[in-house]
Ligand binder design. Sequence first.
Ligand code: HEC
Length: 140
Amino acid sequence: MRPTRSWLLVAALLAGPAWAERPADFLARFEAEARSQDASFAASASRGRQWFESRHGEDWSCSTCHTRDPARSGRHQVTGKAIEPMAPAANPQRLTSGRSVAKWFRRNCRDVLGRECSAAEKADVVAWLIDAGRSTGEGR
Ligand code: HEC
């Protein structure tokens, strides 16, 4: 392999292989991070669902913009812009980009909780988003 080629490969790897990420990778990553703080931690979709729908001392919950049903489109409370469904089963783009997931967790957690989300909170909510699309309808 010529040197220029290997540099291109290195650059591509450093840029972050967004195409290689799947929703389950994020669940595994956040769960492992949470376990490093509490060895008995196990992600819970039902806990994630409750957390997603609850307010945390501020005016908004995650469902304020994303609705309570992650398989449906939401709407930004301030700008009125439509937001595509959050559940990977309803929207295959979701939870496939580390950059997007990190950016939006940071921003939305500050808006909703007034702080960054913990790894445990992220693991639970990702478990809920993965589950949610699989059981659409479900009484709602
Ligand atoms: C003020 C409105 C608003 C609130 C409240 C909100 N979000 Fe979002 N969220 C957005 C917008 C806008 C985007 C980016 C647009 C898009 O991806 O369609 C987004 C994107 C995301 C993404 C990116 C998903 C991906 O695969 O790229 C995640 C994860 C997310 N939000 C989680 C949350 C969580 C968790 C909460 C509650 C703590 C929350 N959001 C609350 C507006 C909101």
